[in-house]
Design a protein around this ligand. Structure first.
Ligand code: PRX
Length: 647
């Protein structure tokens, strides 16, 4: 694996930041990091001690059934308690938990005490609907406060939430609901996106039409101003606001066991079928808490804003669980960054005096394109720390963020992690780690990374591995323990966790992420398996075969190019192209649309019939072709190259 980056600029946090930071200076980081590796159990026990436990653990880490690791066995705790009750009990009830801003400009401030009452009310609603500990509930909501309430209400009574990002299609809802036998769906009549109402309930109706397991659909009313067509099915559907009006606002938090399932979050892999990533209670609780505290250097007066959607892991950990456990105030925004205009994010930063801002490189690149004048008249001086997540950030975008948003004085934490890791794994600590543009730098406490070759030997550039278990790690793939072992633990004989990313180490020991080593791509920070698109295309009766590859894209990070072969004699024209795009919208969601679809009579294959995606990527990037000696029929690539340059 080769890297083309020759970035040598280095930025140290300013003295004031260092002085006041939780982890102050490189030496402090190094010492604590060493301690965390030498005695991980003592390190994690100390972190856990900052939280509330109905009963403390007997063991910190049980590795007797590796890779099915167990953390804090014997303990009893509750995430919703640590996010809410703990703060109210300690006198922080009146503090604003969420400044919520709707896309049309409506706003709500919700204190920790209010949020607790809302969560209790909705938890009681779930109970009256017969929901019990362990039941799975799908949540398909826009970024409204009820999304956080629903998640926390599930956690409060031990129901397992499976949040489905509200950009996914009806088919995607169906797949997830059936895979986890969800008995309830919580949705909204609609949600705002770029001034339009997305009709979410209709998508849910279509998705669950044949799902016998779904007994209840609860609907949050968002379309007060713009009523949305929202037919309610008698006996199955009910309005959220009517249900919560009738119940008590007190509901004791269930005492959960350490390894009780907290949530499922489906994510893409290398096959056509998304996997239900399992996160459990105690370990995730401690990991989300501590990474939030140290990586964002959270202090009582901070106003934190993460622009992700709760539909992705970033929103689970760094909007809901990690941030609320730390008791800070945060901003939650419903809509698009460019509505009503491209200055919206900076207007929000100015309005709420945001101090910590966490976003995706794709958003930063979009702002760069939209132009610096959108920053005119916006006071961003409240900001003290910036973060990025979801994909590698190119040094140019990093420098723009540093200069234009951070005023050259805010540290930037480039956080590398995954749905599976539950929380940050490689990241600068803002008051300790000098940063380099585009580099995720150093491991978080307790995380032991290595860069290995296929044989498991340490190499300067190769495949990233994680050598030690960590509390936030996934505990499995729902219903498929074998796939869990095969996907994450088989690469080096079960010894290390395999995240699927390439990496290199530089002269300072910093780790640079080089992108995926499998057929998973990150399009605008959304993780997509190219196999998912391919399996959709081949369902079309005129399509024989397809291969989808990711190539660099100025804004999205990665763009998708689909090569599709059509059955002899069938038309391959714009009409077919439209049909194929429509199939992606229906099966996955609009965000997974390919940038280009190219029809071809054949695809480059090895003599054993394996499609050579590497060559397709070269063609799509207009590059000189790599080694073609193993091709069964070299003329195929020549034709494709010609077609691609003409298309
Ligand atoms: O390839 C890495 C990339 O995103 C993948 C994980 O995607 P997902 O599970 O959707 O989680 C995204 C939010 C945590 C990783 O395998 N990735 C994530 N963060 C970074 C990154 N690549 C480079 N730098 C990052 N900071």
């Amino acid at each position: 694996m080769e890297s083309v980056s020759h970035e040598h600029r280095k930025f140290s946090p300013n003295a004031d930041f260092v002085k006041n930071a939780h982890i102050s200076g490189e030496e402090a980081y190094r010492k604590l990091y060493e301690k965390s590796l030498q005695d991980p159990e003592a390190f994690w026990a100390e972190a856990a001690d900052e939280l509330h436990w109905f009963k403390k653990w007997d063991t910190v880490l049980d590795d007797s059934e590796a890779p099915f690791f167990k953390w804090f066995e014997g303990s009893r705790t509750n995430l919703s308690y640590n996010c809410l009750d703990r703060h109210v009990a300690e006198g922080r009830g009146d503090k604003v938990a969420i400044h919520w801003e709707g896309e049309p400009g409506d706003a709500r401030d919700i204190s920790y005490a209010q949020l607790l009452r809302e969560v209790c009310r909705f938890a009681n609603v779930l109970k009256t609907k017969g929901i019990k500990k362990g039941d799975r509930i799908a949540i398909y909501l826009p970024m409204v406060p009820e999304l956080a309430v629903a998640v926390l209400a599930c956690a409060r009574i031990g129901a397992v939430h499976s949040v489905v990002f509200a950009g996914f299609s009806a088919d995607s809802i169906r797949d997830r609901v059936l895979d986890s036998e969800t008995c309830m769906v919580i949705t909204g009549d609609g949600g705002y996106r770029r001034g339009k109402m997305l009709e979410l309930k209709k998508i849910v109706d279509e998705g669950v039409a044949d799902c016998g397991c779904v007994k209840d659909v609860i609907v949050v009313k968002r379309g007060e101003e713009h009523p949305v067509d929202c037919p309610m099915q008698a006996g199955r559907d009910s309005w959220y606001h009517e249900l919560v009006a009738d119940v008590s606002d007190e509901c004791p938090a269930e005492e959960m066991e350490a390894e009780d399932l907290l949530f499922l979050l489906y994510t893409s892999g290398t096959t056509g079928k998304p996997k239900g990533i399992m996160h459990t209670t105690a370990g995730y609780q401690v990991y989300s808490y501590l990474t939030s505290k140290y990586v964002f250097d959270l202090k009582p007066d901070d106003i934190y804003w993460c622009t992700a959607d709760v539909g992705w892991i970033t929103g689970h950990t760094y909007i809901v669980y990690g941030i609320l456990q730390n008791g800070v105030t945060q901003v939650m925004y419903e809509g698009a960054p460019n509505h009503p205009d491209e200055g919206r994010f900076w207007e929000i930063v100015d309005k709420y005096k945001v101090t910590i801002f966490y976003t995706a490189p794709t958003a930063i690149r979009a702002f760069m394109k939209w132009g610096d004048h959108w920053l005119d008249g916006k006071d961003l001086s409240s900001l003290r720390l910036l973060g990025t997540v979801g994909e590698a950030i190119n040094p140019e975008a990093w420098m723009w963020y540093h200069k234009m948003i951070g005023g050259e004085c805010c540290p930037i934490v480039d956080t590398w992690w995954q749905t599976e890791t539950g929380g940050h794994m490689l990241t600068p600590l803002p008051g300790a780690t000098p940063t380099k543009p585009g580099c995720a730098t150093v491991p978080f406490f307790g995380v032991e990374p290595a860069i290995l070759n296929d044989e498991g030997e340490e190499v300067p550039a190769g495949i990233l591995a994680i050598k030690k278990p960590w509390p936030g790690m996934l505990r499995g793939i729902y219903g498929d323990p074998q796939r869990f072992k095969d996907t994450y633990w088989s690469k080096w004989g079960g010894r290390y966790y395999f995240p699927g990313d390439g990496a290199r180490r530089d002269e300072d020991g910093y780790i640079w992420i080089l992108g995926r080593v499998d057929d998973v791509v990150n399009v605008s920070g959304h993780r997509i398996g190219t196999a998912e698109l391919e399996s959709v295309f081949v369902e079309h009766p005129d399509v024989a075969e397809s291969a989808v590859v990711g190539i660099p894209h100025d804004i999205k990070g990665t763009g998708l190019i689909a090569f599709v072969t059509v059955i002899e004699g069938r038309a391959h024209d714009d009409h077919l192209r439209k049909e194929l795009v429509g199939m992606i919208d229906k099966s996955i969601g609009k965000f997974a649309r390919p940038d280009r679809i190219l029809f071809s009579s054949d695809l480059p294959k090895t003599r054993s019939g394996k499609i050579m995606r590497r060559l397709l990527r070269d063609i799509a990037e207009g590059k000189e072709l790599g080694n073609t000696t193993t091709l069964a029929d070299p003329s195929v690539v020549e034709t494709l190259q010609k077609q691609y340059s003409e298309a």
